[in-house]
Design a protein. Structure first.
Length: 60
């Protein structure tokens, strides 16, 4: 499976099991405020990705 996200002028297309995928996916879910999308990830990377998402949404 491939995932494509667009961030402003940048387009990101990655394979689902790559490490860069989880970063791209996390930023996309954070920008669009879609934490529910994180449940689509494999269990072994789901927790780390959820922690990244929480840090992105932490108050400054």
């Amino acid at each position: 499976m491939r995932y494509t996200a667009t961030f402003g002028l940048y387009r990101c297309t990655l394979k689902k099991h790559s490490a860069k995928f989880s970063y791209c996916f996390t930023f996309d879910t954070a920008i669009n405020n879609r934490a529910d999308m994180l449940t689509e990830l494999e269990p072994e990377i789901q927790e780390a990705t959820k922690r990244m998402y929480q840090r992105l949404h932490a108050p400054s």
